[in-house]
Design a protein around this ligand. Structure first.
Ligand code: PXP
Length: 248
């Protein structure tokens, strides 16, 4: 049976904590609970402005978590230094603009090859698995492979935001880009905007090995609890993973 890994993103536990400036709710506690509930790894985004996750969260998580950590970060010298000192299992390079509410588009791997190359090389040499968060386009997949990344994470935001025929078209883009990852020898991850209703179609794409999901899971935890929220997401992913998708 095909099993897709689930990475739980804990950023928005930190968002709630930071709204009051104290210590609660603790994103590290949420990470430990998420693993107990069936998550395979923990994802966190240390942003330049530290609007949710802070340096200390990453350090504490690194000390107590046995499961893999996937650190999302911008390709900047400051973040590279932090990653090399912390040695997470994986780093996912993402584009970052201070004014954006969330990561709005994928990394332009094709247009920024020379700027990205030193980051990918240094991280890979340090034994960290490098992933690039890209829009679902073959040119970006090809560029990621040329840069020596091990993984690409396909941005599912446009798919998640669309409805009707537009969603079908966005799904097809994801499907085709996922096909390209296999041809280019890359592992395929996906994430952004996924929820109970839209995740199974993404899980039904045969090449997808891992999904990274945060905002919806943390929001849903308010109503049903984090454990139940993760368990239901796992069920939806498993349902999708069993669908053999034979679309043109
Ligand atoms: N993957 C990446 C690379 C992201 O930047 C994000 C958002 O931080 C996610 C996955 C998770 O998106 P969401 O919080 O919408 O589930």
């Amino acid at each position: 049976m095909r099993k897709i890994r689930l990475g739980v993103n804990i950023d928005h536990v930190a968002t709630v904590r930071n709204a009051r400036g104290g210590a609660d709710p603790d994103p590290v506690r949420a990470a430990l609970l998420a693993i107990e509930a069936g998550a395979d790894s923990i994802t966190l985004h240390l942003r330049e402005d530290r609007r949710h996750i802070r340096d200390d969260d990453l350090q504490r998580l690194r000390k107590v978590l046995q499961a893999p950590i996937n650190l999302e970060m911008a390709a900047t010298p400051e973040m590279l230094e932090i990653a090399l000192a912390t040695r997470p299992h994986a780093v996912c390079l993402v584009p970052e603009r201070r004014a954006e509410v969330t990561t709005e588009g994928g990394l332009d791997a094709a247009g920024q090859q020379s700027a990205l190359q030193p980051f990918i090389t240094r991280l890979t040499q340090a034994g960290i698995r490098v992933s690039l968060f890209i829009d679902p386009e073959e040119a970006q997949v090809r560029a990621a492979a040329q840069l020596g990344a091990a993984v690409v994470e396909l941005h599912t935001g446009s798919y998640a935001a669309a409805s009707g025929q537009a969603r079908e078209a966005e799904w097809k883009r994801l499907h085709d880009a996922a096909g390209a990852t296999a041809r280019h020898g890359l592992e395929c991850h996906a994430g952004h905007g996924l929820n109970f209703e839209n995740v199974s179609q993404v899980a039904a794409i045969g090449q997808v090995a891992e999904l990274n999901i945060g905002h919806f899971l943390v929001g849903e935890a308010l109503f049903i609890g984090l454990t139940a929220s993760i368990e239901e997401m796992r069920r939806q992913i498993a349902t999708g993973a069993q669908i053999a998708v034979k679309r043109p």
